[in-house]
Design a protein around this ligand. Structure first.
Ligand code: GDD
Ligand code: MG
Length: 371
């Protein structure tokens, strides 16, 4: 039987500002489609047929793009009057579900085998089962200590350095029994990580399992770039990855790549984009829909959003430029610098060391220098 899923998409995405000033985090593009589409794709691939998108604030952008059906998934929206926290939101969206269901954070990418998680859940008879994943630094996550049979002994959200004694964390995907929602008081914000899981751990009814497969939390410019690299390198299974094919190159048929421009795979050039003579895209680069790279511009290990103009001889490396931006000739944008949507950089500016240019900000010619 196919389990329904509740997807949480309430967060503010502050660490990805200014990219999230005009676009909600879950709708930021990842190569050729919004981040959230990868979560839908993962669920659909594992047989989920119904998803309730749990929104802490208005889901206009999501509804406008996905409507009530995507990838064979029937979509519903549950919109809170005000954000109810992760537990409150699952309760609000999931009350009324009569079977076991998936609940998941909409801001990470994963490819774990969901049937294996459900099998584990049935075998242990747990009320809740948590997908776990190893990470290098658990401090930004929910640390999960388990016994040999997978029973969760401790769930510790945002552990202090001295509490870290395992690399296994909550990957933000659960199988829940409807009765878990009885532990979620109504009418106030409730965190599933801070309130519900510790209680279930105390009553020995929550289990966790680390399953193989890709996992990435997309929350910072660094991880956003990493996600692009991983999709382009086909480090996990995605529809875009399949479309990139064995030459790791996807140029939309409506894009124009002029003679004397160079594409170095892995590379993606979106619909209507123009790459002029002497420009180079790649490796590990994305040029979004309707953007233009003028003569001799270089985009390497970098992302250019939609409808952005990159002037002649600009060099973008290890950096991100949002939608609708204009970069004058000869700009250098490197080392995790971020140019916000609609920003206008005059000629010959240099952005380095994670510098962020706000949405719509205007920078005169030669105003920024790092060397
Ligand atoms: N609907 C709704 N309402 N969604 C919410 C709300 C809310 O009030 N608050 C947060 N969310 C959504 C976020 O959009 C995100 O998709 C998910 O719930 C988790 O919230 P975050 O704020 O992103 O939490 P985090 O990233 O610090 O930590 C969570 O994710 C880690 C894995 O990425 C926790 O679940 C950790 O335990 C986990 O390790
Ligand atoms: Mg998060």
């Amino acid at each position: 039987m196919s389990l329904p899923a509740v997807i949480l998409v309430g967060g503010q995405g502050t660490r990805l500002r200014p990219l999230t000033d005009r676009t909600r985090k879950d709708m930021l593009p990842l190569v050729d489609r919004p981040l959230l589409a990868f979560t839908f794709e993962h669920l659909a691939r594992h047989g989920v047929e119904r998803a309730i998108v749990s929104c802490g604030y208005l889901p206009d952008q999501i509804e406008a793009r996905f409507g009530d059906r995507h990838d064979g998934l029937a979509l519903e929206y549950a919109v809170e009057d005000e954000p109810l926290g992760t537990g409150g939101a699952i309760g609000f969206a999931g009350r009324g579900l009569e079977s076991s269901f998936f609940a998941l954070n909409g801001d990470s990418l994963r490819e774990a085998d969901l049937s294996a998680l459900v099998r584990f859940h049935r075998e242990t008879g747990a009320k809740a089962s948590i997908l776990l994943t190893p990470v290098a630094d658990p401090s930004r996550y929910g640390l999960v200590r388990t016994a040999a049979d997978g029973r969760v002994e401790t769930f510790l959200e945002k552990p202090r350095p001295e509490d870290i004694d395992t690399d296994l964390i909550n990957a933000g995907l659960y199988v829940l029994e409807p009765e878990v929602l009885d532990l979620v008081p109504e009418g106030r914000a409730v965190s599933i990580e801070r309130e519900v899981f510790p209680r279930l751990a105390a009553e020995r009814s929550v289990y966790g399992i680390a399953l193989p497969g890709y996992w990435l939390d997309v929350g910072t410019p660094e991880s956003y770039l990493q996600a692009h690299r991983d999709v382009l390198e086909r480090s996990f299974e995605t529809a875009v990855g399949e479309a990139l094919g064995s030459d790791f190159t996807l140029v939309d048929p409506t894009a124009e790549v002029h003679d004397g421009a160079r594409l170095v795979p892995p590379v993606y050039v979106g619909p209507g984009a123009v790459v002029e003579r002497g420009a180079r895209v790649g490796s590990l680069a994305v040029v979004g829909e309707g953007s233009r790279l003028e003569e001799g511009a270089i985009v390497e290990n970098a992302v250019v959003g939609a409808r952005t103009a990159v002037g002649a001889r600009c060099a973008l490396t290890g950096s991100i430029v949002g939608d609708d931006a204009v970069l004058g000739a000869g700009c250098e944008v490197r080392s995790l610098a971020v140019v916000g949507p609609g920003a206008r950089l005059g000629a010959a500016n240099e952005l380095d060391h994670g510098l962020r240019i706000g949405a719509g900000q205007v920078i005169p010619d030669e105003a920024l220098r790092f060397s």
